[in-house]
Design a protein around this ligand. Structure first.
Ligand code: ATP
Length: 571
């Protein structure tokens, strides 16, 4: 099943969209950190990738963002809504592409340390929707304003809780929300038998159950509400107005070590929270990291690496410890569609194997969690240099590289990156999960705990805050402020380099998940909502839902190139 899906994935991967240029074949040899000579990313032409990336610009969705205290909401059940009305779906107003580096101003609340808590902007209860959205008829408690994202089977809207509705109480905490809409018709099994339909629904409920469970962390996108109507599932969540960290990598080409540390530490805190609850994310990638925008302060003298093209490299701006840089403030982990609960924190038993508590099983649990550490390693590597650690156009070659943990610190891009950062990457991209950093070891890493993080901790101590995350402290001393963000031409996010970067993560994560499932079995979720996955056949369907029809396939309409069947990755 898995090989077939990967095969399909790469079949489509061979042809990119009209007008796109496939990644260039190997051309130059580079000297790796250890002195060995390596072809340039084999088939990923890094120089081209970087040039493509640098050409891109960012967009800030000027929208409200609110604080995340919503634990009381988690127990609320979905409301009933009217039947779908006959209505034409209209696309939202399209964005006008803008030049790279264009700035856009939005009003925000900023605390005195410069931290952005919530966008206030022009958004009011009277804000008019940017289009006519079919889903609106089945979600009367929220006003859908604009489409801000899209997944394989979902659309994500910025929305406002309606003050005079049954969800009016939300309005104070969440001035705006993100609404993920899943059309039941779009789910792969919706036209099949009723058992398959139930499986699809269970996949959605499983995502919701996990999101609810882990939502208390300041480093996880807050879950707000869930609603099922006749045609749709609606997952309502905290809005992260900056969008995906992925887009910022594309805009900036790579992040400074300070900004990388800022992002990766918050990701690590999110993962620590999940692992403490016995839940593994399994799809850690830059697209699933969302951020709150902060003020951008241009550098007086932009710092360039030797490998940079001064004409095209975007200035990341001034980094402020504990606050952020490059317009990126608080970073939160999102998308729990592939997450699974490994063990129950109540019973301390692995899910799906009740009462089975042998030491080797406990060890297995830890190994399952290690999949996320690999994901953090891939993100860390990518943030630091702008391209992924493992890439090849051929799935079998890529599989081999991942299974052997074959990556290098390519010159000249890694020449100026510190040994501390390289050491952290090596400890995370360790093939043997027993030797790989676990989340506590990574949080103790020397490089990760350099000055900006430590300063943040001092701020936290000073404020006597109990939460571990200094970046998302709820500020009590706010002042109104205009944040300069970046307009983003979304079409540039589909440049060959950007697509290659996405694909590398998608395939790498899929292979690691598959390896983990083969080794430990697809443990089910046990959150009081669902039966075991095995009984429902959820894992297979879920995998199909998320990979076979996911972003790569969606982006590539062309098909039918021959492909190689991959070998299996083992951990
Ligand atoms: N809370 C949010 N705040 C702001 N933007 C969001 C939020 N949630 C999702 N988005 C945007 O919508 C996109 C799709 O959301 P999400 O990843 O949850 O959907 P998905 O169907 O699981 O996607 P995929 O097929 O890539 O797995 C995100 O990548 C992001 O750009």
């Amino acid at each position: 099943m898995f090989h077939h899906q990967i095969k399909n994935l790469f079949k489509k991967k061979q042809s990119v969209g009209a007008g796109d240029t496939p990644m260039a074949p190997p051309s130059v040899n580079l000297t790796a950190a250890d002195g060995s000579v390596t072809p340039v990313m084999d088939s990923l032409d890094v120089a081209k990738a970087k040039a493509d990336c640098v050409e891109t610009a960012g967009t800030l969705n000027p929208s409200d963002l609110s604080s995340s205290d919503q634990s009381a909401l988690n127990d609320r059940s979905a409301t009933r809504v009217p039947e779908l009305q006959d209505a034409e779906m209209a696309e939202p107003t399209s964005k006008v592409p803008v030049a790279a580096g264009d700035l856009v101003s939005v009003d925000v609340d900023l605390d005195l340390d410069g931290e952005t808590d919530s966008l206030q902007g022009s958004t009011t209860d009277e804000e008019e929707p940017e289009g006519h959205f079919l889903e609106q008829a089945e979600l009367p408690d929220f006003k859908l304003i604009s489409k801000i994202g899209e997944g394989a089977f979902s659309k994500v809207y910025r929305a406002i809780p309606q003050a005079n509705s049954s969800k009016g109480f939300l309005h104070k905490t969440f001035r705006q929300v993100a609404v993920k809409v899943i059309n039941k018709e779009d789910l792969p099994s919706s036209n099949r038998d009723s058992k398959s339909k139930a499986a699809s629904k269970d996949q959605v409920l499983k995502e919701v159950a996990i999101h609810r469970t882990i939502s208390a962390s300041e480093n996880v996108v807050s879950f707000v509400d869930f609603h099922e109507s006749r045609h749709f599932y609606f997952i309502i969540q905290e809005l992260l107005a900056g969008g995906e960290v992925f887009g910022e990598i594309v805009r900036l080409t790579y992040f400074s070590e300070d900004l990388t540390r800022h992002v990766i530490r918050q990701l690590a805190l999110a993962v620590k929270h999940m692992h403490a609850l016995g839940i593994v994310h399994r799809d850690i990638k830059p697209e699933n990291l969302l951020f709150e925008p902060i003020d951008y302060i241009p550098s007086q003298v932009p710092v360039l690496r030797k490998s940079d093209d001064p004409k095209t490299k975007e200035d990341e701006g001034v980094f402020r410890p504990g606050i952020g840089g490059g317009g990126i403030g608080a970073v939160k982990l999102a998308d729990f569609g592939l997450s699974k609960q490994i063990y129950s924190t109540n019973t301390k038993t692995p899910c799906g194997t009740v009462g089975y508590t042998a030491p080797e099983v406990v060890k297995d649990e830890r190994y399952s969690m290690q999949v996320d550490m690999w994901g953090i390693g891939c993100v860390l590597y990518t943030l630091l240099c702008g391209f992924p650690p493992f890439y090849d156009e051929k799935i079998d070659v890529l599989t081999e590289k991942i299974s052997r943990g074959e990556f290098t610190f390519l010159r000249p891009w890694w020449d100026e990156i510190s040994d501390g950062a390289k050491n952290a990457v090596c400890k995370l991209l360790e093939v043997d999960p027993a030797k790989r950093y676990n989340i506590d070891e990574f949080l103790d890493d020397e490089w990760l705990n350099q000055y900006d993080c430590l300063r943040g901790q001092r701020i936290k101590k000073h404020r006597n805050e109990s939460t571990e995350n200094v970046y998302t402290l709820n500020s009590k001393k706010k002042r109104h402020h205009r944040v300069q963000g970046f307009k983003r031409d979304s079409s540039l996010l589909y440049s060959p380099a950007a697509v290659a970067l996405r694909d590398a993560f998608e395939v790498t994560n899929a292979l690691r998940r598959d390896a983990d499932d083969k080794m430990h079995g697809p443990h089910g979720v046990n959150l009081g909502l669902l039966q075991e996955d095995e009984e429902l056949g959820l894992e297979n369907d879920m995998f199909q839902l998320r990979l076979n029809s996911s972003t790569i396939i969606k982006r590539r309409k062309n098909k039918d190139d021959p492909v190689d069947v991959p070998t299996t990755v083992t951990e």
